[in-house]
Design a protein around this ligand. Sequence first.
Ligand code: CUA
Length: 155
Amino acid sequence: MNVDLYERIWMWLATGLIVIFVGTIAVTTGLEAIQPPSHLETIDPETIDSHPEFGSPKVTIQPDGSAVVSVVAAMFSFTPDPIEIPAGKPVTFRVTSKDVIHGFEVVGTNANTMAVPGYVSQFTVTFDKPGTYTIACNEYCGIAHHMMVGTLTVK
Ligand code: CUA
């Protein structure tokens, strides 16, 4: 069968694109996506109230101006609320749940994790723009799931 040269070029280009796309998914899955952003740090959800960090979750400003925010998600709110953090500094969120799986998404940003009972999910982001952001639970967690929102203030 005679395939025209241009047609052959297009076929190889299309095949190359498919390999790149599938390869991207394979690489990010292997390196990032199949684990929660947690470093597999565990916590007993039954005793959170007396836990040294998560017993009274709060924003801690470090000497270098960065912040660590401990967050407990529970039906149907986040603690603390509102969360106040500095703009332009790295902010490390440490999120866990007291009861069922919740989501923790700062709407309009790529700050997003699951809050899984028994685990601490951790990620660091820098908010450059001051303002008020909505934190939404994006995992269905019960009858008032749609009411589960929090406020993040960046100053
Ligand atoms: Cu918490 Cu949905």
